[in-house]
Design a binder for this molecule. Sequence first.
Ligand code: ADP
Length: 363
Amino acid sequence: MRFSVSSRTLAILLSLLVASVLTALAWVAPTLSLREGVLAAGITVAACFLLLYLMFEALIFREINTIYEGLEHIKRKEFRRLSNKFLFRPEPLKRMRNEILGMAQRKQQEIDELKRLQVLRREFLADVSHELKTPIFAAQGFVHTILDDDDTDEFTRKKFLQKAAASLDALDLLVQDLVSISQLEKGVIRMRRQPFDITQLVRDIFEQLELKATRRNVTLALAPDDFQAAGGGVWVLADRNRIRQVLINLIDNAIKYGRENGHVTVALTESGKTVRVSVHDDGEGIPKQHQSRIFERFYRIDKSRTRESRDAGGSGLGLAISKHIVEAHKSTIRVHSEVGQGTTLEFKLPRPRSTDARAPLAS
Ligand code: ADP
């Protein structure tokens, strides 16, 4: 059973005990009247209470000091801040218990967070080694086949070397993406915001990805398509190169995971101080349970599509990188998708203010 009498209660009890003994003696003695007896009892209780209470408190303070000295090693800064406050206030034990509990809770939270980070780090390492292994082994296999087989004809050699080169290109892409994501996560990359016409950027990317789209017979469209005719395009204030990286990832995914012979549309909608950029495809869509996870590093919806995506040049980091870049622009990337009806990924960018716009703002 826990003994939980406070020093004040203990002092009162002991004082009462001493006082009753003394009063009983005085009562028995014929020289004291009833009034004088009560007075003597009162004075005795008060005196004993003060004496014992201060004594207990002094002892407890000494104990607390010793414990605090031990605690100081663990919690130097906070201890300094709290020690004075503790020593000269009532109920030091209760306050100290609360403080220790609070500290233990904070430490436990830190431990939980460290454990979580350790698990993530381990998973990341496992994923990275797995992803690195695939192109390295492929390139190694092709090169060794050429080296070990003297009878290989010129045509086969060239084909194998081309395959080895493609694997090394995939490796290069993966390493570049790994560098990007680690820098973005560390926060060392600063966004160089400048006003630019995003319709122009989208058209450049369409040209760059045209071959890929043609291979799957996918049409690429900008909506609405009359920005150029209206004059001036759509201006945003953002890091052009980083937004280019995001749009390449989103449009490339829309081509890759969208329907063959389908349509990919980039829509730009101006409203108030922002421009909404959305990339839509009419592919098979993303089931609800995967929608929040596709932004995780190396997360892929189904493994059978993994090889397909890798062969098509995906590192598995595209959306994770895009999310970081969009967030560095103080915006959020969202996914809307219905199975069988396609997918839309979208985010908002600020429009330039009149002071930093070099081109007229569309109204
Ligand atoms: P990957 O290199 O695999 O394309 P991403 O980070 O770009 O890596 O995408 C992560 C996963 O999200 C993809 O493997 C795919 O399963 C899913 N995904 C991304 N975009 C789409 C889309 N438009 N339609 C369907 N699934 C998509």
